[in-house]
Design a protein around this ligand. Structure first.
Ligand code: CU
Length: 501
């Protein structure tokens, strides 16, 4: 993977400003209209962007990837420093609160069995924390614990012990501070996390050495040189891959590449198409598939990952598109079609590899025939806007005792419902996500579903329901499940789970 150095797209010489913010006040009670960001930080952002004219991104640049931090001898020690910075955002400056110097933070590359230590030096001017999305790791203490509150001006360590039998694939990390999750991720507090080597572990010999590309897909809305907390409407935001507007990459005729897509945005669905190509899915949500399927389109709710093989059959220029997609029944839920990037197929023809039939190596367990010890039902719903508009079983999220208490090493069956409402604006798809353990979809809208593997995000359709089975494996402790449209989550559409003995 062609990582690039910090110097290549470094911030525009303003990192020193981060240190001059002066004392900042913890949880930022002063400026509630900036989502918990304190006044000093907001001023810093504004002063960074003050001399800027309108944001004019350059399209069609060669695709770049984020800098890579790779584990050595079983350890990776990474430091993230969320702070207001001036970014080179696709060739034009814009200010935002980000982890390093880019709109997606560094890519962390670890192996099963490694220990990942992340030092978060918080200069963001806001309270934050960090979540290791999709990882099967402990939620307790300094682990993947989203109940921690990391105050600005302080430094916090996470210690993530990755089990030896952890799955190999694409994950990501991001801020998960309830109430601030949406604006912090929209602003860029996210990064990709790669576990192991999926090609080596799961693909046959002939695929060894194929080109791999990582894509962090999200949207942005820049006003007066500053990345805003949200876009006025889906049509107003600009879609980016790795912080670039419509980047280009190349393939040779006959060549197969592994494309690893992550939706690292806060609230928007994508439906990816690459006309002229088919997607051979090898992993969903970092979980290698039991059965290989070929798709013409991939639907990515916020948080979702797909890892796919594509083969270029002929020379030419092919746009990677996201098609029009309705995620909510009012005008704010209609995502217009757009081009995300371009594949240029050129050069000498190479010999095509025989199509992939199946993956090798250990896989997640098929839970379809495993008996569930109990069934729970969760109804997801939106009420009128305002604080606490997201509900699960009529309740909005509060920190405190978890009412859902599964027993360790048991399988439960959960029925996830999304009843249709009278108001169109309350009819939204809800991408369900749970921390720590993957689940298996067994039924969608009353019909049996033949899953290709386990996953960590599933869409509950409007007026529909999804039934999942999950094994609460290896880790006791408290964590959460929620809707991954992060405005819904911040609005309360989240609940705690406590796995007990
Ligand atoms: Cu939702």
């Amino acid at each position: 993977m062609g990582g690039w150095g910090f110097s290549h797209r470094a911030a525009l010489g303003v990192s020193a400003l981060v240190c001059t913010l002066g004392p900042v006040s913890g949880v930022g009670q002063e400026a509630p209209d900036h989502h918990g960001m304190d006044q000093a930080t907001h001023q810093a952002l504004t002063s960074l962007s003050a001399p800027l004219r309108s944001w004019q991104p350059t399209s069609g640049q060669p695709l770049e990837e984020m800098p890579v931090l790779k584990s050595e001898d079983g350890q990776l020690n990474a430091t993230l420093n969320p702070a207001p910075r001036l970014l080179d955002l696709s060739g034009s400056p814009a200010s935002s609160v980000v982890y390093d110097e880019n709109f997606t933070g560094p890519t962390l590359m670890v192996k099963p069995g490694d220990t990942l230590r992340v030092r978060l030096a918080n200069d963001s001017g806001q309270v934050t924390n960090i979540h290791y999305h999709g990882m099967h790791v402990s939620p307790r203490g300094r682990g993947d614990n989203v109940f921690r509150m990391m105050e600005t001006g302080s430094t916090y360590d996470s210690v993530i012990k990755i089990p030896k039998d952890h799955e190999t694939g694409l994950f990501w990390y991001h801020a998960h501070m309830h109430g601030n999750t949406d604006p912090q991720i929209f602003g860029g507090m996210r990064g990709l996390l790669v576990v192991g080597d999926i090609v080596r572990r799961h693909l046959p010999e002939r695929f060894q050495g194929i080109e791999e590309r990582l894509f962090s897909i999200n949207d942005v809305y820049v006003k007066d040189g500053t990345v805003e907390d949200e876009a006025p409407s889906p049509a107003d935001s600009t879609l980016l891959m790795n912080g670039q507007l419509q980047p280009t990459w190349t393939m040779q005729p006959g060549e197969t590449q592994l494309l690893r897509f992550a939706n690292t945005g806060s609230d928007r669905y994508y439906r990816l198409k690459l006309p002229g190509f088919r997607f051979t899915v090898i992993a969903e949500d970092g979980s290698p598939v039991w059965r290989v399927e070929r798709e013409d389109a991939l639907v990515l709710p916020p948080g979702k990952r797909f890892e796919v093989l594509v083969t270029a059959t002929e020379a030419g220029t092919f746009p990677l598109r996201t098609t029009r997609y309705v995620q909510q029944e009012d005008s704010f839920g209609i995502n217009p079609a757009a081009t995300l990037g371009t594949v240029v197929v050129e050069g000498e023809r190479v010999k095509e590899l025989a199509p992939l039939k199946r993956l090798k190596g250990p896989m997640s367990e098929d839970l379809s025939r495993v008996k569930a010890v109990r069934t729970r039902t969760f109804v997801f719903g939106l009420r009128a806007k305002g604080k606490n508009y997201g509900r699960i079983n009529g309740k909005f999220f509060t920190v405190g005792e978890a009412s859902v208490r599964p027993r360790l090493r048991t399988v439960e069956r959960w029925v996830l419902k999304n009843p249709r409402k009278k108001n169109k604006e309350n009819n939204s798809q809800h991408p369900f996500h749970i921390h720590v353990n993957d689940f298996q979809v067994v039924e969608v809208n009353g019909k049996k579903f033949k899953a290709t593997g386990q996953q960590d995000i599933v869409t509950i359709p409007i007026g529909g329901e999804v039934v999942i089975k999950q094994l609460f494996e290896d880790f006791k402790g408290k964590f959460v499940f929620h809707c991954h449209i992060l405005g819904h989550e911040d609005g309360g559409m989240m609940q705690s789970v406590q796995v007990v003995n």
